[in-house]
Design a protein around this ligand. Structure first.
Ligand code: PLP
Ligand code: COI
Length: 341
């Protein structure tokens, strides 16, 4: 199969239309068979549930070309399961997990010419999503839904790639206790837009959100979980019921323990102790592992010893091991890699 003529090394994290997308419709209590289609546009009623009350959930995954030329994806079963949790929390019907994986596989296969080559630094981002499509004016769940998957080739989420970023402690909250912070709902991102624009206007790359109940504990950023490395090489990640359970973070914790023999800890992480860590990184599908060089808390700077030039040594090891597994250079744990073709 011939690849598209794209400057793979220089693409950013943006939308580029690809040839095919998967669509399934839910009506009268059941999902139809679903199909791959050409049209990238959606026509819906002006009063569609998604437009009025933001009834939409999504997932983010990637397809990779391995060293030996296969196209694979990473732990799609966990994305399928998380979408079930997201849908239930927003009173949406569940798209069956096996069908989710099948839809992802079919969409990636149909767009194989857009899967960036091995070693290019780019990947094919996969976006499954679901939304209420029939007219809804009283506040209630829609009766009809559409599930879709599209793909787009992407480069690094943060412009500098592996260069450490500077983040600020946000004055805005991302998620409330007992709210929707633990699911992947569009509404969580809509309300973060003002916060990210404010951070950018103040010269920061991202926000560090604190727990909204006490504003003493580190939660996550707008699109990634945190990992910290202690001065004696322990990997620490915040435990919270209001952060998204990142598949990348769960995988990193496993890799740290079982591949690198490091001690790992998921626990409350207080803002006050951030200054004591040796390294800090953001982890997620889009972000992979992006090193954080500096956290600014209302003018007070916390500079990690790993500095602003390159990833800290432990973060680098985690990054190399995780991406090595994803790109097929390192043997993956059973069930982590789904070969697409
Ligand atoms: N946290 C938030 C708020 C996210 O949007 C994402 C991205 O999906 C993550 C964390 C990372 O999750 P994952 O590693 O499953 O992509
Ligand atoms: C992802 O990492 O896949 C996400 O969905 C994060 C998003 C903010 C791009």
């Amino acid at each position: 199969m011939e690849k598209k003529n794209i400057d793979w090394e220089n693409i950013g994290f943006g939308y580029m239309q690809t040839d095919k997308r998967y669509v399934a419709n839910y009506k009268e209590g059941k999902w139809d068979d679903g199909a791959l289609i050409d049209d990238a546009n959606i026509t819906m009623n002006e009063c569609a549930g998604v437009l009025q009350y933001a009834q939409t959930v999504f997932e983010g995954m990637k397809a990779y070309t391995t060293e030996d030329g296969r196209i694979v994806t990473f732990r799609p079963d966990l994305n399928a399961a998380r979408m079930v949790d997201s849908a239930k929390r927003l009173e949406m019907p569940v798209f069956p997990e096996s069908r989710f994986i099948d839809a992802v596989v079919r969409t990636v296969k149909a767009n194989a010419a857009y899967v960036p080559p091995y070693g290019s630094g780019a990947t094919l981002y996969i976006r499954p999503y679901m939304f209420g499509i029939n007219p809804v004016i009283g506040v209630k769940p829609a009766d009809e839904y559409q599930f879709r998957v599209f793909t787009t080739p992407v480069g690094p989420y943060f412009k500098g790639g592996a260069k450490p970023i500077t983040i600020c402690v946000s004055d805005f909250d991302r998620a409330a206790p007992h709210g929707t912070g633990h699911i992947k709902a569009g509404l969580n991102y809509a309300m973060s837009l003002h916060a990210i624009m404010t951070a950018h206007a103040n010269g920061f790359d991202e926000n560090m959100y604190l727990d909204s109940a006490t504003r003493t504990k580190v939660e996550e950023t707008g699109g990634a979980n945190f990992i910290f490395v202690t001065k004696n090489n322990k990997i620490v990640t915040p435990h919270s019921s209001t952060i998204l359970p990142s598949i990348t973070r769960r995988s990193i914790m496993y890799v740290a323990e079982h591949y690198l023999g490091l001690e790992v800890e998921e626990r409350d992480v207080y803002l006050d102790e951030v200054k004591d860590f040796a390294e800090c990184g953001l982890c997620g599908t889009a972000a992979v592992i992006s090193p954080v060089g500096k956290v600014v808390d209302h003018g007070k700077e916390i500079c990690f010893p790993s500095g602003m030039e390159k990833m800290g040594p432990v973060t680098q090891k985690l990054y190399d091991t995780l991406t090595g597994i994803q790109m097929g250079q390192i043997q993956a744990p059973e069930g982590w890699i789904k070969v697409i073709e």
